[in-house]
Design a protein around this ligand. Structure first.
Ligand SMILES: [Zn+2]
Length: 168
């Protein structure tokens, strides 16, 4: 009966001797690891809710404008501020400052004194989006502009980030 633990002890020795041999075969364990990674990736993909793929990509709307006498009319102004989810007044103020002119809302349109080309307006709307809409932390567009005391803060519902904004 006491011989049994002795034999198991001697059996353990050859087992430890085979270990260095296994270590020499280490490269063969690499494909196994990458397979696990692929499986993990596949599983992670399955867990992503479908609405993430179905949601349309955020795109800055293109300005549609025309010249009316000495003024420039942005035809789709309300559409732009709806997409950016910002107050039309705020974008009017930004554009008026950048164009060094006066502007106002008229229905769903915005009218600015002076003649401005669409490309310049597009560039300004893109700059406005970068400055007042997109979260600088995650670059996501799901943000709100909130006034907190005297500060204007960009609150991101995507990453929860809070970024102070320039008051204009
Ligand atoms: Zn964010």
């Amino acid at each position: 009966m006491p011989a049994k633990p002795k034999t198991s002890a001697t059996k353990a020795k050859p087992a430890s001797k085979t270990k260095p041999v296994k270590a020499g075969e280490a490269p063969s364990s690499k494909p196994g690891k990458s397979f696990d990674y692929q499986a993990l990736l596949h599983r992670a993909r399955e867990q992503v809710p479908p609405e993430v793929y179905e949601r349309p990509r955020f795109a800055i709307p293109k300005v549609s404008a025309f010249i009316q006498g000495p003024r420039t009319v942005i035809r789709n102004f309300k559409e732009i501020t709806d997409t950016l989810r910002r107050e039309p007044r705020h974008l009017i103020r930004f554009l008026s400052r950048e164009l060094a002119t006066a502007g106002e809302m008229r229905g769903r349109q915005a009218i600015f004194n002076g003649r401005f080309n669409t490309r310049a307006l597009d560039e300004l709307v893109a700059r406005y989006t970068k400055e007042f809409v997109l979260c600088p932390i995650c670059n996501g567009p799901d943000t709100d502009m909130k006034r907190e005391e005297r500060l204007l803060v960009l609150v991101c519902s995507g990453c929860g980030g809070r970024t102070p904004l320039k008051v204009i």
